[in-house]
Structure formats: C-alpha cells, structure tokens
Design a protein around this ligand. Structure first.
Ligand SMILES: [Zn+2]
Length: 49
C-alpha cells in the first residue's frame, strides 16, 4: 500500500504528478491517488457516470 501525497489516503496505486510551479528552480513530484490525480479525474468524468 502507498500513501497519496494529497489526501494521505492509503491506496493500492498512485500516479506520479509533476506539479507545475512558477519558479524553474523548484519542481516537486507528487504521488496522487486516482481521486486526486487531475488526469485520472479527467478520465472518470469523460466516462460520464
Ligand atoms: Zn488522494
């Protein structure tokens, strides 16, 4: 199990997400669960539900 960096939930899988920053010097990589990852949320909404 892994922890989501955003909601701190323990989930089975997280995806790497590079949060865009204003400064070039500081770039942070986050590990986000399906509920927090923007691309995963996109996929879910496209499916309609
Ligand atoms: Zn999350």
């Amino acid at each position: 199990m892994v922890d989501c960096d955003n909601c701190n939930d323990e989930v089975g899988h997280v995806w790497k997400h590079r949060r865009p920053t204003e400064t070039m010097t500081y770039r942070r990589e986050e590990h986000l669960c399906a509920g927090c990852h923007p691309r995963m949320r996109e996929g879910l909404s496209q499916r309609g539900a």
